[in-house]
Write a protein that binds this ligand. Structure first.
Ligand code: ADP
Ligand code: MG
Length: 295
């Protein structure tokens, strides 16, 4: 058979996405395990389909240690389904880690938070500054030898559920806003849950840019420390919008260093221009140290 679906043996369902299920699959040729996401085409307009295909093509080219690797894609025209085969992340996601801490009344060690932070920033650096070499510390960056002119990729949906761990505890940024940029997805349909991680500029329907990803990462780091997103005490959508615009972040648990609290606060600056870029974050002395320890 030349049906690409037949190259994989379906194993259990591991998640439910907005456009279909995610399954664990085994490639028959070599037994390798992957995650296979299905996107139901039939509910999408022609424009949405084009958008998805364009998006998948971008993801295909993101080949990075800290980004969930896309392996293959194929279309089942009869059933209107696009399948995306990607790296399987067996360590769960950061949402599960946060939940476990909350349930057990424990806190994440600060070193663990810096280690996750570093790996996510390295992934974002690759997306936001393609072609630039990862460079930590305060010495001047090496002259970039490459003339890589790839377009910038924005994640658009950084949150604990979208940051995965593989079996070796290596962080993998996944689930790029694939279903997010679909035409007609206004603010209301973009966020089905409470939009705790929405940046002030996106809240005001201004364009999304790389600094909006930085805001969301700041929220994620905050949640790793506090085990609740910032502004979670908002009771209504309007109240949340008000809290976000004012940018008054409740303090982090005192167990964490002021260095960590300060960098999170900088990422949660209401003014996007004032937030550090991924490249600037890599200059942070604590991330530089974590980088050297890891490499
Ligand atoms: P959506 O686009 O609707 O947000 P996701 O891609 O986030 O869908 O997938 C939903 C769930 O499926 C995730 O929270 C996770 O539990 C599981 N999942 C998705 N991708 C993977 C993967 N590569 N490896 C392991 N589990 C995954
Ligand atoms: Mg998701």
């Amino acid at each position: 058979s030349n049906n690409p679906l037949d190259n994989y043996e379906s194993l259990e369902v591991i998640g439910t996405g907005s456009f279909g299920t995610i399954r664990k699959v085994r490639r028959k040729s070599d037994g390798q395990i992957f995650a296979r996401k299905e996107l139901n085409f039939e509910r999408m307009t022609e424009r949405d389909r084009k958008q998805i295909v364009a998006e998948v093509n971008i993801l295909k080219d993101l080949d990075h240690e800290h980004i969930v690797r896309y392996h293959d894609r194929f279309v089942d025209r009869d059933n209107g389904i696009l399948y995306i085969v990607m790296e399987y992340c067996g360590g769960g996601d950061l949402a599960a880690i946060i939940q476990r801490c909350r349930r057990e009344g424990t806190m994440l060690p600060e070193d663990t938070i810096w280690a996750y932070f570093l790996q996510i920033v390295i992934a974002l650096h690759q997306c936001h500054h393609p072609g630039l070499r990862v460079h930590t510390g305060t010495t001047p960056p090496p002259a970039s030898a490459s003339d890589d002119r790839r377009a910038q990729v924005l994640h658009r949906d950084i949150k604990p559920e979208n940051v995965f761990l593989n079996g070796d505890n290596v962080v993998k940024l996944g689930d790029f806003g694939l279903s997010k940029q679909l035409a007609g997805a206004g603010l209301a349909s973009t966020y089905v849950g409470t939009p705790y991680y929405m940046s002030p500029e996106v809240m005001q329907e201004k364009p999304y840019d790389s600094k909006s990803d930085i805001w969301s990462l700041g929220c994620l780091l905050y949640e790793l420390c506090a085990l609740n997103p910032p502004f979670h005490e908002a009771r209504t959508h309007n109240e949340l919008a008000h809290f976000i615009r004012n940018g008054r972040i409740p303090p982090l648990p005192r167990a964490y260093s002021s260095a960590l609290a300060q960098v999170i606060k900088a990422m949660l600056n209401v003014n996007p221009a004032m937030r550090p870029s991924a490249q600037q974050l890599l200059q942070h002395e604590r991330l530089d140290l974590a980088f050297k320890l890891a490499n």
